[in-house]
Design a protein around this ligand. Sequence first.
Ligand code: ACO
Length: 319
Amino acid sequence: MYARLSGVGSCLPGKPVSNEELASRGIDTSDEWIVSRTGIRTRYLAAPEVTSSQLALEASRRALDMADVRAEDLDLIIVATSTPDFIFPSNACLLQGKLGNKGATAFDVQAVCAGFTYALSIADKFIRSGSHKKALVVGAEVFSRILDWQDRATCVLFGDGAGAVVLEASEKPGILATALHADGSHNDILNVPGQVCSGTVVGDPFLRMDGQAVFKFAVRVLAEVAEEVCAAAGVASTEVDWLIPHQANIRIIEATGKKLGIDRDRVIVTVDRHGNTSAASVPLALDEAVRDGRIKRGQKVLLEGVGGGFTWGAILLEF
Ligand code: ACO
């Protein structure tokens, strides 16, 4: 028994915001600096009243539509997010309520930019165990809410959005192999070190990052974990049809593809238009490449995430 993708969907809020527009809003930056260091040209920023569960709902409806699955038939809902609507209930329960599903297992996963790979791997294990048959797995973020707009080294990098997949029990492959890792000793190079306590924010509620340390860490672990899942599935990395790495930075993406021997034209890139949407980045890119016809049934696709924690993971699947 395999867990097989039967639908994909995504949602981006509002209109793209260009680098020039950020500069015109008073951020001391330039299109040239952002493009040369990151490859990012635009990102989507949700209006203040738009929440991550709303973006998740739109993405989920599109994925359910493609899969031809009714929301009430789902028995598992997992949302990967670091920017949920509330401390609780979880975004997965909020999404379940909006979809009109009752009774499915529903919970959030917090693994930051590796969140979608974590959530999809967990859903794979639920389905393969035989306990669940139809899962909705979502990555949804409004990172714009946790950015310090005075910190030009971080605020230009991120965007908002959501991506979703429907995963169903199937005799056809399917997810072939998954690998998830974390190393909490690196929690200090990327974090939001604040909390709400007795009605007050304690600590720092904004994203903080040591960009160069993150860069080096990401390139190393993305190559390692890709090789791990390929070895587990008995597939050479050069046999992978499409690589969808976490969309943080074009230089990280290119370095990873090069280490794995995967040509640039087999790597799906959305970071130029979406920026880094954290847990939403991989399913957003997957949805785009499925809908524009690049990814076809039967092809091998390698998904990869890396993020704060530090966390990282990969999934090799046959679409
Ligand atoms: N516009 C213009 N200048 C800037 C900006 C900006 N937006 N941001 C920083 N600078 C300046 C700095 O102030 C510094 O100026 P100085 O030399 O006068 O002090 C100069 O640019 C160089 O700054 P660095 O931080 O050394 O720049 P670096 O070359 O390391 O690039 C970057 C920074 C793009 C963040 C890079 O380190 C990187 O890509 N890191 C990976 C981080 C990443 O992708 N994180 C995403 C989240 S993590 C994840 O998803 C895995």
